[in-house]
Design a protein around this ligand. Structure first.
Ligand code: GRF
Length: 204
């Protein structure tokens, strides 16, 4: 069974979709830890209600939080197979990324490589997509490297937005497909189907 650590900063609907998929038998994994940079994130309360181990992490000597280095040691002790960033808004330090190379994935609410990078999170993304007049948007799951939203793309799903009237409508449609895509991709990892061949990620 694939052992997961999920990083969150906010409401945690993607965390819920992972836990739901596990509980309904669609995903052969276990969430062993939920980590947040915000001690009051609703996603952390959800994890506690589910009796999942939680940690608050910080890069700036915050007394109530642990450092990324200490967190990395905990995740090694827990033998975590895959780290899932599901709405985690802090940059992951480079040495942490290196330590877990090709074992950290992120979900982004647009079709990368467009509409990504620093500052492109939450409604900012959907506003940029709306203003571009793009007719399709979607969700992307990608490996995390040292640069925001630039790691190799693992899987994407798109959604028709040709008739939307507001960025919020785009956000709703994209979130629905995020909840399908992320558990699906994690299941590919659980089945050992995610490979990097000739610099491309393939599922086979
Ligand atoms: C999602 O749109 C995700 O793509 C992005 O942050 C949002 C998190 O939402 N990275 P939630 O906390 O999972 O509800």
């Amino acid at each position: 069974m694939l052992k997961l650590a999920v990083f969150v900063s906010g409401r945690g609907s993607n965390l819920k979709s992972i836990v739901d998929s596990i509980e309904t038998g669609k995903l052969n994994a276990i969430v062993l830890a939920v980590i947040s940079n915000k001690s009051d994130a609703p996603a952390l309360s959800f994890a506690k209600d589910k009796s999942i181990l939680t940690f608050v992490v910080s890069s700036n000597n915050n007394q109530e939080a642990i450092s990324f280095f200490d967190l990395s040691q905990k995740l090694i002790e827990l033998e975590i197979d895959l780290i899932v960033l599901a709405g985690f808004l802090k940059k992951i330090p480079d040495d942490f990324v290196e330590l877990f190379e090709n074992r950290i994935i992120n979900i982004h609410p647009a079709l990368l490589p467009s509409f990504g990078g620093k500052g492109m999170y939450g409604l900012n993304v959907h506003k940029a997509v709306f203003d571009s007049s793009a007719k399709l948007s979607g969700a992307t799951v990608h490996f995390v490297n040292q640069n925001y939203d630039e790691g190799k793309i693992i899987a994407q799903k798109c959604v028709d937005i040709s008739d939307v009237k507001t960025p919020e409508e785009i956000a709703d449609r994209v979130l629905n497909i995020e909840h399908l895509l992320l558990p699906e991709v994690i299941q590919f990892f659980a089945e050992g189907k995610v490979k990097i061949i000739n610099q491309r990620v393939v599922i086979e």
